[in-house]
Design a protein around this ligand. Sequence first.
Ligand code: CMP
Length: 147
Amino acid sequence: METTFVMLKPGVLQRRIAGEVLNRFEKKGLKVVALKLTRMSLEMVEAHYAEHKGRDFYNKLLEYTLSGPVIAMILEGEDAIAVVRRIVGPTNLLEAPAGTIRGDYAARTRLNIVHASDSPASAARETALFFRPDEICPWKDGNAEWF
Ligand code: CMP
């Protein structure tokens, strides 16, 4: 089993599609083991997106991420990082197929609806940025064999 970090960006609440987006992950059989609605501080956004500092879209990305609350979550499942990335779709929206979250809900790469960790190292780093250990709630999965 693996866990991954996912963040629904501020436009998701604005558009009232948080339930629809979360449903994509649940339908696949991923387990929600942590979930919070929160407003990121500038320091958190800078840490979260540190690898993009200096890119031409960086300032706009910060501005958008700070524009309202985000929904942060930890999802658990077999190969959760790769599975979630496939459900989310590619960062470049021209490559995001219909049926993926980004392909279905986003028209601009910068406003791509959702962030998902791309490796075990980033999942660990991003999880620690958003959640204290006591905010993570493991639970026994009585349905695992059906997914
Ligand atoms: P995310 O998965 O949150 O990780 C970095 C974010 O930067 C990405 O989603 C997009 O919101 C944004 N981003 C990445 N590449 C570009 C780009 N070429 N143009 C605009 N925004 C981008």
